[in-house]
Design a protein. Structure first.
Length: 320
Protein backbone atom coordinates (compact mmCIF):
# COMPACT_ATOMS: atom_id res chain seq x y z
CA UNK A 1 0.00 0.00 0.00
CA UNK A 2 1.38 3.40 -0.96
CA UNK A 3 1.26 6.44 1.34
CA UNK A 4 -1.55 7.95 -0.71
CA UNK A 5 -3.47 4.67 -0.69
CA UNK A 6 -3.22 4.58 3.10
CA UNK A 7 -4.71 8.05 3.39
CA UNK A 8 -7.53 7.14 0.98
CA UNK A 9 -8.25 3.97 2.99
CA UNK A 10 -9.23 6.08 6.01
CA UNK A 11 -12.34 7.27 4.19
CA UNK A 12 -12.16 10.66 5.94
CA UNK A 13 -12.28 14.05 4.23
CA UNK A 14 -10.15 17.02 5.32
CA UNK A 15 -7.97 15.27 7.86
CA UNK A 16 -4.50 16.61 8.62
CA UNK A 17 -1.17 14.92 9.11
CA UNK A 18 0.94 16.15 12.04
CA UNK A 19 4.65 15.62 12.66
CA UNK A 20 7.59 17.29 14.41
CA UNK A 21 11.24 18.06 13.75
CA UNK A 22 13.94 18.77 16.28
CA UNK A 23 13.05 16.77 19.39
CA UNK A 24 16.55 15.33 19.74
CA UNK A 25 18.96 18.27 19.24
CA UNK A 26 20.85 19.99 22.04
CA UNK A 27 19.95 23.44 20.74
CA UNK A 28 17.15 25.37 19.09
CA UNK A 29 13.35 25.35 19.05
CA UNK A 30 11.29 22.28 18.29
CA UNK A 31 9.13 22.53 15.15
CA UNK A 32 5.80 20.93 14.23
CA UNK A 33 3.68 21.02 11.08
CA UNK A 34 0.09 20.17 10.20
CA UNK A 35 -0.98 19.58 6.59
CA UNK A 36 -4.30 18.86 4.87
CA UNK A 37 -3.51 17.43 1.43
CA UNK A 38 -5.75 17.51 -1.62
CA UNK A 39 -6.21 13.93 -2.97
CA UNK A 40 -6.98 15.48 -6.36
CA UNK A 41 -3.48 17.00 -6.45
CA UNK A 42 -1.10 14.14 -5.68
CA UNK A 43 2.52 14.88 -4.88
CA UNK A 44 5.03 12.28 -6.08
CA UNK A 45 7.90 11.26 -3.83
CA UNK A 46 6.45 12.02 -0.39
CA UNK A 47 8.25 10.05 2.29
CA UNK A 48 9.71 10.30 5.78
CA UNK A 49 11.78 13.49 5.62
CA UNK A 50 14.79 11.70 7.14
CA UNK A 51 14.93 9.41 4.10
CA UNK A 52 15.12 12.31 1.64
CA UNK A 53 18.05 14.50 0.63
CA UNK A 54 17.96 18.18 1.56
CA UNK A 55 17.52 19.09 -2.11
CA UNK A 56 14.59 16.69 -2.51
CA UNK A 57 12.97 17.91 0.72
CA UNK A 58 13.11 21.52 -0.42
CA UNK A 59 11.62 20.67 -3.82
CA UNK A 60 8.76 18.79 -2.14
CA UNK A 61 8.36 21.65 0.36
CA UNK A 62 7.54 24.03 -2.48
CA UNK A 63 5.13 21.55 -4.06
CA UNK A 64 3.35 20.88 -0.77
CA UNK A 65 2.87 24.62 -0.21
CA UNK A 66 1.47 24.96 -3.71
CA UNK A 67 -0.94 22.00 -3.65
CA UNK A 68 -2.05 21.55 -0.01
CA UNK A 69 -5.56 22.52 1.05
CA UNK A 70 -4.12 24.03 4.23
CA UNK A 71 -0.85 23.91 6.15
CA UNK A 72 0.68 25.39 9.26
CA UNK A 73 4.13 25.28 10.87
CA UNK A 74 4.61 26.20 14.53
CA UNK A 75 7.30 26.04 17.20
CA UNK A 76 7.97 25.76 20.90
CA UNK A 77 10.92 27.75 22.16
CA UNK A 78 14.07 26.65 23.95
CA UNK A 79 12.69 28.29 27.12
CA UNK A 80 9.47 26.27 26.80
CA UNK A 81 11.47 23.09 26.22
CA UNK A 82 13.49 23.69 29.38
CA UNK A 83 10.45 24.60 31.50
CA UNK A 84 7.94 22.01 30.23
CA UNK A 85 10.26 19.16 29.03
CA UNK A 86 10.76 18.23 25.39
CA UNK A 87 7.71 15.95 25.10
CA UNK A 88 5.25 18.55 26.38
CA UNK A 89 6.94 21.30 24.34
CA UNK A 90 6.58 19.14 21.22
CA UNK A 91 2.90 18.63 21.99
CA UNK A 92 2.56 22.40 22.42
CA UNK A 93 4.10 23.01 18.99
CA UNK A 94 1.76 20.40 17.47
CA UNK A 95 -1.29 22.06 19.02
CA UNK A 96 -0.16 25.42 17.69
CA UNK A 97 0.32 23.94 14.22
CA UNK A 98 -3.19 22.42 14.15
CA UNK A 99 -4.72 25.62 15.54
CA UNK A 100 -2.94 27.57 12.80
CA UNK A 101 -4.65 25.71 9.93
CA UNK A 102 -6.95 27.89 7.83
CA UNK A 103 -9.31 24.91 7.46
CA UNK A 104 -10.43 23.03 10.57
CA UNK A 105 -9.60 19.33 10.11
CA UNK A 106 -12.06 16.58 10.93
CA UNK A 107 -9.21 14.45 12.32
CA UNK A 108 -5.52 14.81 13.10
CA UNK A 109 -3.31 11.86 12.21
CA UNK A 110 -0.21 12.17 14.41
CA UNK A 111 3.15 10.50 13.95
CA UNK A 112 4.12 8.45 17.00
CA UNK A 113 2.41 6.62 19.82
CA UNK A 114 1.56 9.45 22.22
CA UNK A 115 -1.54 11.65 22.16
CA UNK A 116 -0.67 15.37 22.12
CA UNK A 117 -4.24 16.35 23.13
CA UNK A 118 -5.00 18.38 20.03
CA UNK A 119 -8.02 20.68 19.64
CA UNK A 120 -9.57 18.18 17.17
CA UNK A 121 -10.05 14.39 17.34
CA UNK A 122 -6.67 12.69 16.99
CA UNK A 123 -5.25 9.32 16.06
CA UNK A 124 -1.65 8.19 16.60
CA UNK A 125 0.24 6.24 13.96
CA UNK A 126 3.65 4.68 14.70
CA UNK A 127 6.08 5.35 11.83
CA UNK A 128 3.37 7.51 10.35
CA UNK A 129 5.80 9.56 8.28
CA UNK A 130 6.60 6.40 6.29
CA UNK A 131 2.95 5.28 6.13
CA UNK A 132 0.75 8.32 5.49
CA UNK A 133 1.23 10.92 2.74
CA UNK A 134 -0.22 13.62 5.00
CA UNK A 135 2.16 12.89 7.87
CA UNK A 136 5.08 12.63 5.43
CA UNK A 137 4.19 16.07 4.08
CA UNK A 138 4.09 17.45 7.62
CA UNK A 139 7.47 15.91 8.40
CA UNK A 140 8.98 17.59 5.33
CA UNK A 141 7.56 21.02 6.17
CA UNK A 142 8.75 20.83 9.78
CA UNK A 143 12.21 19.54 8.82
CA UNK A 144 12.86 22.10 6.08
CA UNK A 145 11.74 25.07 8.17
CA UNK A 146 13.75 23.92 11.18
CA UNK A 147 16.86 23.46 9.04
CA UNK A 148 16.43 27.01 7.74
CA UNK A 149 16.04 28.23 11.33
CA UNK A 150 19.28 26.48 12.36
CA UNK A 151 21.07 28.12 9.43
CA UNK A 152 19.88 31.48 10.74
CA UNK A 153 21.22 30.56 14.21
CA UNK A 154 24.50 29.69 12.48
CA UNK A 155 24.69 33.30 11.26
CA UNK A 156 23.95 34.61 14.77
CA UNK A 157 26.33 32.23 16.57
CA UNK A 158 28.91 31.27 13.94
CA UNK A 159 31.30 29.68 16.42
CA UNK A 160 28.94 26.72 16.98
CA UNK A 161 28.67 25.72 13.28
CA UNK A 162 24.93 25.04 13.63
CA UNK A 163 24.48 24.85 9.84
CA UNK A 164 26.63 21.71 9.77
CA UNK A 165 25.01 19.67 12.57
CA UNK A 166 21.61 21.42 12.99
CA UNK A 167 22.01 21.33 16.77
CA UNK A 168 22.24 17.53 17.08
CA UNK A 169 24.73 15.97 19.46
CA UNK A 170 27.44 15.23 16.92
CA UNK A 171 31.14 15.03 17.69
CA UNK A 172 31.61 18.42 16.00
CA UNK A 173 28.87 20.01 18.11
CA UNK A 174 30.40 18.71 21.33
CA UNK A 175 33.77 20.06 20.24
CA UNK A 176 32.21 23.50 19.80
CA UNK A 177 30.54 23.24 23.19
CA UNK A 178 33.87 22.24 24.70
CA UNK A 179 35.47 25.32 23.16
CA UNK A 180 32.78 27.94 23.79
CA UNK A 181 30.37 26.62 26.41
CA UNK A 182 26.60 26.80 25.86
CA UNK A 183 24.87 29.63 24.00
CA UNK A 184 21.49 31.23 24.77
CA UNK A 185 19.87 28.85 22.26
CA UNK A 186 21.14 25.65 23.87
CA UNK A 187 18.69 23.50 25.83
CA UNK A 188 20.22 23.50 29.29
CA UNK A 189 18.07 20.57 30.44
CA UNK A 190 19.64 18.53 27.65
CA UNK A 191 23.15 19.53 28.71
CA UNK A 192 22.74 19.14 32.47
CA UNK A 193 23.91 15.53 32.65
CA UNK A 194 27.03 16.40 30.64
CA UNK A 195 27.87 19.30 32.94
CA UNK A 196 27.28 17.08 35.96
CA UNK A 197 29.84 14.64 34.56
CA UNK A 198 32.10 17.54 33.57
CA UNK A 199 32.34 16.09 30.07
CA UNK A 200 32.11 19.57 28.63
CA UNK A 201 33.64 21.92 31.17
CA UNK A 202 36.73 19.84 31.86
CA UNK A 203 38.11 20.45 28.37
CA UNK A 204 37.17 24.10 27.89
CA UNK A 205 40.19 26.36 27.68
CA UNK A 206 39.92 29.72 29.43
CA UNK A 207 40.65 31.61 26.21
CA UNK A 208 38.11 29.75 24.08
CA UNK A 209 35.44 30.07 26.74
CA UNK A 210 36.10 33.79 26.98
CA UNK A 211 35.72 34.18 23.22
CA UNK A 212 32.35 32.44 23.32
CA UNK A 213 31.18 34.70 26.17
CA UNK A 214 32.47 37.78 24.33
CA UNK A 215 30.61 36.77 21.15
CA UNK A 216 27.37 36.42 23.09
CA UNK A 217 27.96 39.77 24.79
CA UNK A 218 28.51 41.54 21.45
CA UNK A 219 25.36 40.00 20.01
CA UNK A 220 23.40 41.27 23.02
CA UNK A 221 24.83 44.75 22.38
CA UNK A 222 23.44 44.73 18.84
CA UNK A 223 26.55 43.65 16.93
CA UNK A 224 26.55 41.16 14.08
CA UNK A 225 29.36 38.61 14.22
CA UNK A 226 31.05 38.71 10.82
CA UNK A 227 33.85 36.25 11.47
CA UNK A 228 35.59 34.50 14.35
CA UNK A 229 39.24 33.53 14.63
CA UNK A 230 40.35 35.21 11.40
CA UNK A 231 43.95 34.13 10.77
CA UNK A 232 46.74 35.71 8.75
CA UNK A 233 50.52 35.21 8.53
CA UNK A 234 50.80 38.00 11.11
CA UNK A 235 48.44 36.59 13.70
CA UNK A 236 44.79 36.13 14.56
CA UNK A 237 41.83 38.39 15.31
CA UNK A 238 39.44 36.77 17.76
CA UNK A 239 36.19 38.38 16.57
CA UNK A 240 35.24 40.70 13.71
CA UNK A 241 31.85 42.33 14.34
CA UNK A 242 29.80 45.08 12.75
CA UNK A 243 27.30 47.55 14.17
CA UNK A 244 25.97 50.52 12.22
CA UNK A 245 28.88 51.91 10.21
CA UNK A 246 31.53 50.37 12.50
CA UNK A 247 33.59 47.27 11.79
CA UNK A 248 35.17 46.24 15.10
CA UNK A 249 38.29 44.08 15.22
CA UNK A 250 37.98 42.60 18.68
CA UNK A 251 40.73 41.11 20.83
CA UNK A 252 39.33 39.04 23.69
CA UNK A 253 41.30 38.83 26.92
CA UNK A 254 40.12 36.38 29.56
CA UNK A 255 41.28 35.74 33.09
CA UNK A 256 40.01 33.52 35.87
CA UNK A 257 40.67 33.99 39.55
CA UNK A 258 42.56 36.86 41.08
CA UNK A 259 44.13 39.22 38.53
CA UNK A 260 47.49 40.89 39.02
CA UNK A 261 46.94 43.08 35.97
CA UNK A 262 43.96 44.07 33.86
CA UNK A 263 43.45 41.79 30.81
CA UNK A 264 43.74 44.76 28.43
CA UNK A 265 47.33 45.23 29.55
CA UNK A 266 48.15 41.95 27.76
CA UNK A 267 47.57 43.71 24.41
CA UNK A 268 51.15 44.90 24.14
CA UNK A 269 52.46 47.29 21.43
CA UNK A 270 53.87 44.26 19.61
CA UNK A 271 50.49 42.51 19.75
CA UNK A 272 48.77 45.70 18.57
CA UNK A 273 51.05 45.85 15.54
CA UNK A 274 50.22 42.25 14.60
CA UNK A 275 46.50 42.99 14.97
CA UNK A 276 46.85 46.06 12.71
CA UNK A 277 48.64 44.04 10.04
CA UNK A 278 46.03 41.28 10.21
CA UNK A 279 43.17 43.80 10.01
CA UNK A 280 44.77 45.53 7.01
CA UNK A 281 45.06 42.19 5.24
CA UNK A 282 41.41 41.41 6.01
CA UNK A 283 40.31 44.80 4.62
CA UNK A 284 42.46 44.41 1.51
CA UNK A 285 40.66 41.16 0.73
CA UNK A 286 37.34 43.00 0.97
CA UNK A 287 37.93 46.25 -0.86
CA UNK A 288 34.21 46.91 -1.16
CA UNK A 289 33.93 47.25 2.63
CA UNK A 290 32.75 50.78 3.45
CA UNK A 291 32.58 50.38 7.23
CA UNK A 292 34.78 52.37 9.61
CA UNK A 293 37.35 50.02 11.18
CA UNK A 294 38.00 50.12 14.92
CA UNK A 295 40.06 48.09 17.39
CA UNK A 296 38.26 46.98 20.56
CA UNK A 297 39.20 44.83 23.51
CA UNK A 298 36.61 42.74 25.37
CA UNK A 299 37.70 41.74 28.87
CA UNK A 300 36.14 38.64 30.41
CA UNK A 301 36.66 37.81 34.06
CA UNK A 302 35.66 34.26 35.04
CA UNK A 303 34.92 32.89 38.48
CA UNK A 304 37.80 30.57 39.31
CA UNK A 305 35.57 27.88 40.87
CA UNK A 306 32.50 27.86 38.63
CA UNK A 307 33.99 29.15 35.38
CA UNK A 308 31.02 31.51 35.00
CA UNK A 309 31.57 35.12 33.89
CA UNK A 310 31.87 37.63 36.71
CA UNK A 311 32.41 40.63 34.45
CA UNK A 312 32.40 41.40 30.74
CA UNK A 313 33.60 44.81 29.60
CA UNK A 314 34.11 46.19 26.11
CA UNK A 315 36.77 48.86 25.58
CA UNK A 316 36.08 50.65 22.32
CA UNK A 317 38.97 52.23 20.41
CA UNK A 318 41.37 50.42 22.70
CA UNK A 319 44.26 51.48 20.48
CA UNK A 320 44.70 53.36 17.23
Amino acid sequence: MTLWEYDASLGIANFCGVDEAGRGPLAGDVYAAAVILDPQKPIEGLNDSKKLSAKKREALYDEIKEKAVALSVATASVEEIDSLNILQATFLAMRRAVEGLSVKPSLALVDGDKNPKLPVPGRCLIKGDATSASIAAASILAKVERDWYMEELDRQYPQYLFAKHKGYGTKLHYEMLNAYGPSPVHRMTFLKKYFDKRELTSTVSVGAKGEGIASQYLLEQGYRIVEVNYRSPYGEIDIIASKGDILAFVEVKTRSGRMIAEPREAVTPSKQQKLRQTAMLYLSEREENSLQPRFDVVEVLLDQKTGLPLRVEQIENAFT
